[in-house]
Design a binder for this molecule. Structure first.
Ligand SMILES: N[C@@H](CCC(=O)N[C@@H](CS)C(=O)NCC(=O)O)C(=O)O
Length: 221
């Protein structure tokens, strides 16, 4: 933890990836402002936002004059900059850190990018990315096959993925499990129970609230 006073601004709302950043902010009890921009509204394409993130994606975190995107990186940055011995989300012992990285890459690549995001892009967002039912079906099967490894790991009764304590790998896995359950992809009981336990954390509940999208214009009073 540094003695630097955080000046944190989180850009984004309403996505599984912004939820991760919000969850970390609440786990670490950090004060922040939120710019509640949403995907596919044009708000990620403005000149102001593109200067911040040329990838035109949310979430983005500003910490003073430092800017970072990619939800797993935001969470790790927050923990390494502001985490304490009690609430840090990243292990520091080299082997545990290696194990943590292994889980983070596995979840972000195999469960998120290769599976759930393919389902999202070619299912719910097919009007933008193209209709590809075979890709959606195959991604759902791939997710289930990849998840068997996670289910086997959790079958040993461990409360968290790495080192007996809550880390950001648990945040990535929980958001993917919630996403899969929401899509109706079958998830083994051991993973479902794990997700139920982790989503009950007060910081997750607070993050869910902060991640709620603003009401649609026509619904506003
Ligand atoms: N790998 C990135 C993915 C971020 C991402 O794809 N964000 C989407 C929404 S979930 C986005 O901002 N799309 C821009 C837009 O649709 O305007 C992360 O984990 O942060």
């Amino acid at each position: 933890m540094t003695d630097r006073e955080p000046r944190l601004i989180l850009w984004g709302v309403s996505t599984s990836r912004t939820l991760r950043a919000l969850w970390a902010l609440h786990e670490l009890s950090l004060p922040y402002e939120q710019r509640r921009i949403q995907p596919r509204t044009g708000e990620t394409q403005t000149a102001e936002f593109t200067r911040l993130n040329p990838r035109q994606k949310i979430p983005v975190l500003q910490d003073g004059d430092f800017t970072i995107g990619e939800s797993p990186a935001i969470v790790a940055y927050l923990s390494e900059t502001y985490g304490t011995a009690d609430n840090r989300l990243v292990p520091d012992e080299p082997k545990l850190r290696g194990e943590w990285l292994d889980w983070c890459f596995h979840i972000a690549m195999e469960l998120d990018a290769t599976s759930l995001y393919v389902m999202r892009r070619h299912g719910g967002l097919k009007h933008i990315y193209g209709d590809a039912p075979v890709a959606v079906e195959s991604a759902a099967r791939y997710f289930q096959a990849q998840l068997t490894h996670t289910a086997r790991a959790l079958d040993d009764g461990r409360p968290f993925l790495v080192g007996g304590r809550f880390t950001s790998a648990d945040m990535l896995l929980t958001t993917c499990l919630s996403w899969a359950i929401d899509y109706g992809v079958p998830v083994p009981d051991v993973c479902r129970d794990y997700a139920t336990r982790l989503t009950a954390r007060p910081a997750h509940q607070a993050a869910l609230e902060a991640n709620r999208p603003p009401p649609a214009p026509e619904a506003r009073p």
